[in-house]
Design a binder for this molecule. Sequence first.
Ligand SMILES: Cc1ncc(COP(=O)(O)O)c(C=O)c1O
Length: 270
Amino acid sequence: MAATLGLPPGVLNDTAVVSFNDPEALEHALSAGDVACFIVEPVMENIGLCLPADGYLQAVREITRRYGTLLLFDEVKTGITASWHGAAARYGVVPDLLAVGKSIGGGLPLGAFGGSEECMDAITTGKVLHVGTFNGNPLCMAAARAVLEEICTPEETARVIERNGRFVADCQALLAARDMPAHAVQCGAKGCVTWSDAPVRNYRDYLATDFDLAFAQWIWGVNRGVLLPPGLDEQWLLSVAHTEADIARALEVLSGFLDALEDPSRVEEL
Ligand SMILES: Cc1ncc(COP(=O)(O)O)c(C=O)c1O
């Protein structure tokens, strides 16, 4: 089904959707050998945080190679937030093509892509035209250089990811202590509370999570100065600028929310 108006039938006919974390479905979709490219987020980040099951990305790599299909990792949301070399390095799988954006621009609008020599040669030899108003925009390029060389260095990135690991673990401890139908998930410097007992393995699992509780947690935070992303399908990103005090405050606010869920008569006091 089309996600939006404006998609001509040709585009829809040329596109097949396969469920995440389902190598058999991928194999079925590619088995005729007529699919040019499989585009996938290595960690799905528009449904909270949906992690790849053990071995899934390795299976994806093997299946795409077997059927002559290019593998493109959409790392627009993962990128350096997953590890300094992206989710590809985190999971040890090398795609043919990779798209990044958001975090590498340090707040400026920037997207980039790269890939194997064979793929990129299509552009460098001029067979594929790649021109655009904002290509190589000097301001954004300078920002990306500053982010990668001076701010989110490999050491700083590792430090923030380690700190986020403690934050996510502390969130999980709060949820477990109150036996909440929720769990905390981490991917690198990102994290979220998912309002279901079971981990989210694909979009259908995500739809079965409790959106009312997710919304209540969000608005509770907004009213207390903790601004998680407004889309319930998003996740937090711990940045290099966040402090231990910020984390302590976020934990305090989550704890208050869980107290209020357990005993609504305490809402005023919390
Ligand atoms: C996973 C993912 N890929 C790609 C995009 C779109 O990226 P761009 O705005 O650079 O086209 C988005 C949206 O922001 C996204 O969430």
